[in-house]
Design a protein around this ligand. Structure first.
Ligand SMILES: [Mg+2]
Length: 120
């Protein structure tokens, strides 16, 4: 299984990478939505895309919309990673095609639960 972690925080990417590797994912990383969009055509479509909500250059919601407009990524599960302050946006994220969301701060078990909820 392949995962793409998109987050502007290198510390957050490291935490998510560790959790996902324990679940046998091969993990790729991008530091904002723009970088993710540039990276995606050059890699095999990920089984999972974890998208931080708040990022410079291109935020998580814009990236979600771009990903869901591209049929190559229809099979990819998308989980948004959000803070309480952006929780209000989660209904629009789910309407835009996100499969699930994770609220920060989270524990490794919470992430694994969400993976199971989306069938991974
Ligand atoms: Mg962020």
């Amino acid at each position: 299984m392949r995962a793409l972690v998109v987050d502007d925080s290198s510390a957050m990417r490291a935490v998510l990478r560790m959790i996902l590797r324990r679940q046998e994912f091969e993990v790729m990383e991008a530091k904002n939505g723009l970088e993710a969009l540039e990276m995606l055509p050059g890699i095999q479509p990920p089984d999972l895309i974890l998208i931080d909500w708040n990022m410079p250059a291109m935020n998580g919601f814009d990236l979600l919309q771009r990903v869901r407009q591209d049929e190559r990524y229809l099979p990819s599960k998308v989980i948004m990673v959000t803070t309480e302050s952006s929780a209000a946006g989660m209904s629009s994220a789910l309407a835009a095609g996100a499969d699930e969301y994770i609220m920060k701060p989270f524990t490794p078990d919470m992430v694994v639960d969400k993976l199971h909820m989306v069938g991974l």
